[in-house]
Design a protein around this ligand. Structure first.
Ligand code: ATP
Ligand code: MG
Length: 572
């Protein structure tokens, strides 16, 4: 059995490399802030499935809590009822648990709708917010741009009493969607557009997945986020860099509202990964337009997708910790992620033999009907994994690419007259090549040297190549799905204007091996097991589509980075 990757309780806090957020927190602790507490939160919006970018944020937020003996909440930022669904809430919890983390409190921004409403009334009463009757387009137009200052709304000088009355009537459902908004009264000439009287509440007669029909006004993200942080006694509110320009607003609310805690927002660079997109909106589009089979399609960069592909939580945590936390945006090479899973699976995956593109060989001097049960190691990295017996017979399958009629120099696999070792078994020599009418190789006739089982040749001749094989009599076929990058372009988000980002999709991202021949022991493989098909790659038994005695295999990753080799070749 493989060592299962269990969704157990929080892993022990590993000693991780330091980064700038540690320095910030250490400084706060040294200054005696927050009574020495560290409390973080992971705040996803339940509008899609989590992706690898979120894993970085999860590892960071929960990791900080572990490191400082603090706490981390899981908070659903559910202020956009039209885009949010219970399905997403459920999948997000499953994904966080699978990654190996346990939250302190599970909260929802919607838990705080009443408090947020009262905060809004507080601002109105103090002349710091007003009801504005401009339409959405007008609000944007009045707001100006980075190089053009904003203009004041004609409703800016409404009395607090009038605004309060209108706000209460907004809540009571008197007005249509978009008819009015509540805006903060800050500074229309601020160089920071976020401070130009931002909208705090909008009217939206929509069903909310938790509060149902209770509300028809909803707080904007900026108005909800910091206040929820404060209400949950968060000390460090960690978010991605695009929120840096929102920080003055985050602080403005906290300074102008009757909150006890004053959490601190710290930004870090979001994770970008080559050959994929990391945006829930785009991933949703791929699902909706059926470019993939669903959110958990093994090609998706979602946590449910890469879990189904065979990535382990350990490898993802190692990846997230290894890439570090910085303040400058960059793209991580997908190969780095793949290396982290290779390292992990090398330790835990059972070895097996499978021939994906079979070519038949007959061993002339091996008696017909004879079966030799050959001992093979289950995992050279783990002696406790033991050994198994695999059948060797006169007819075998080998990989078509392990034979070349006209071998180039340094080709150590099979070719006419050449000798090669069959993994765990004997050395064979190719004596004859059989072909069909169109010249395709259909079968090789070979001989074996009975003196070479497991060991060296008796006359000291060197046999360099080792190839894998499966007994034709015992092999069975099962679906083997070979996955590759979802996009052929390295940076699929970077497309010229007018070009569809989906045009970079890789048409070869899923190939099903037509007639793979698998060693018989694999017939009993169970959903959730990891294997290394020797010389081929790491494979995962799909927990979704596999049945007892009928496993379905997903290629988690190749043994080496095939793309690096392609690029090298292209470079000449
Ligand atoms: P998306 O654009 O994919 O919808 P988002 O930022 O809108 O992402 P949220 O649900 O708001 O998604 O994100 C929850 C948390 O995860 C936020 O704190 C956000 O900053 C963080 N996060 C999202 N994407 C990344 C990423 N690529 N790298 C690091 N952190 C991320
Ligand atoms: Mg978001």
């Amino acid at each position: 059995m493989t060592t299962p990757s269990t969704p157990e309780a929080s892993p022990p806090a590993p000693v991780l490399p330091r980064h700038f957020i540690h320095d910030e927190i250490d400084a706060d602790l040294a200054a005696g802030k927050n009574e020495g507490r560290v409390q973080t939160r992971f705040p996803p919006e339940p509008n899609g499935y989590l992706h690898i970018g979120h894993a970085k944020s999860i590892c960071l937020n929960f990791g900080l809590a572990q490191r400082y003996g603090g706490k981390c909440n899981l908070r659903f930022d559910d202020t956009n009822p039209t885009k949010e669904e219970q399905e997403y809430v459920d999948s997000i919890q499953e994904d966080v648990r699978w990654l190996g983390f346990t939250w302190d409190r599970l909260t929802y921004a919607s838990d705080f709708f009443e408090e947020l409403y009262h905060f809004a009334e507080h601002l109105i009463t103090n002349g710091k917010a007003y009801i504005c009757d401009l339409s959405g387009d007008e609000v944007s137009e009045y707001r100006g741009s980075l190089d053009k200052p904003g203009r004041e709304s004609p409703f800016r000088h409404r009395t607090p009493a009038e605004s309060l009355d209108l706000f209460r009537r907004m809540r009571a459902g008197e007005f249509k969607d978009g008819a009015r908004t509540l805006r903060a009264k800050i500074d229309m000439s601020s160089p920071n557009p976020n401070l130009r009287d931002p909208v705090l509440y909008r009217i939206l007669h929509a069903h909310h997945h938790r509060t149902r029909e209770r509300w028809c006004i909803y707080p904007m993200y900026d108005f909800a986020h910091g206040q929820c942080d404060a209400l949950e006694s968060i000390t460090h509110s960690i978010c991605t860099l695009e929120f840096e320009i929102h920080r003055p607003l985050y602080n403005w609310f906290l300074e102008n509202l009757p909150v006890k805690a004053h959490p601190r927002q710290i930004e870090f660079a979001r994770l970008n990964l080559s050959y994929t997109v990391l945006s829930k909106r785009k991933l949703l589009e791929l699902v909706r337009d059926k470019h993939v089979s669903g959110w958990d399609d093994p090609r998706m960069p979602t946590l449910s997708g890469i879990r189904r592909r065979g990535y382990t939580p350990e490898s993802l945590r190692a990846f997230c910790d290894g890439i570090g936390v910085a303040r400058n945006n960059g793209t991580i090479d997908r190969a780095v992620l793949e290396n982290s899973i290779r390292e992990d699976l090398n330790k835990r995956a059972l070895r097996a033999m499978a021939v994906l593109d079979p070519l038949k060989i007959t061993i002339e001097n091996f008696p017909e009907g004879q079966i030799e049960w050959i001992e093979a190691v289950n995992n050279p990295e783990d002696p406790a994994a033991g050994t198994r017996k695999i059948p060797f017979t006169r007819t075998l399958w080998i990989e078509r690419e392990d034979f070349k009629e006209d071998p180039p120099k340094k080709y150590f696999r099979l070719s006419p007259g050449k000798e090669v070792r069959l993994r765990y078994a004997w050395c064979i020599t190719c004596k004859e090549v059989k072909k069909d009418a169109s010249g395709n190789v259909t079968e090789l006739v070979c001989t074996y040297d009975p003196a070479t089982l497991h060991g060296a040749t008796t006359d000291g001749r060197k046999v360099k190549g080792i190839i894998h094989w499966v007994s034709a009599e015992h092999a069975f076929e099962a679906p083997v799905r070979l996955y590759d990058h979802l996009f052929s372009s390295e940076h699929p988000d970077d497309v010229p204007e007018g070009v569809d980002w989906k045009s970079g999709l890789n048409p070869g991202s899923l190939v099903v091996a037509p007639h793979p021949k698998l060693e018989p022991s694999l017939q009993h493989a169970e959903g959730g097991q990891h294997f290394q098909f020797e010389r081929v790659g790491y494979f995962f038994v799909d927990p979704k589509d596999s049945r007892t005695g009928a496993p379905v295999f997903h290629r988690t990753t190749t043994l080496r980075d095939a793309w690096a080799r392609i690029e090298k070749r292209a470079e000449g």
